[in-house]
Write a protein that binds this ligand. Sequence first.
Ligand code: THU
Length: 130
Amino acid sequence: MTDQELIQAAKAMLNRSYAPFSHYAVGAALLGSDGNVYTGCNIESATYGATICAERGAICNAFAHGCRRFVRGAVISSGAEYCTPCGICRQLLYEFSDHLVMLCCRNDGAYLALTAEELLPHGFKNETMA
Ligand code: THU
């Protein structure tokens, strides 16, 4: 799985996005430790706060298939700027990271490759409570 293939998988999710309020479509693709790719799109709610980001949708998709660790991911939006995960998604990506690197894309083809630790420095996870 090349970076370009992962980015393409994320991009393909833009069509599935449900974003009638922000009009900001987001697609995500996560390569699991099992070698499979799990995708997701943002799903907005009329109550706004119940909105689910594309990254968390992809994580839920992976869990539903028995995969709980991720090595690489891509996220892209309909906007012109780099799409970087929100704080809540950073937390989950950090917790389920297997040396995860996220490709935070712009739709002109440029992207930032950021580790889970770069996205969430000094993050809290299960082992912290040991
Ligand atoms: N959104 C994502 O799906 N992922 C991100 O990384 C940033 C934000 C969604 C949530 C909402 O549907 C829309 O983008 C605007 O915030």
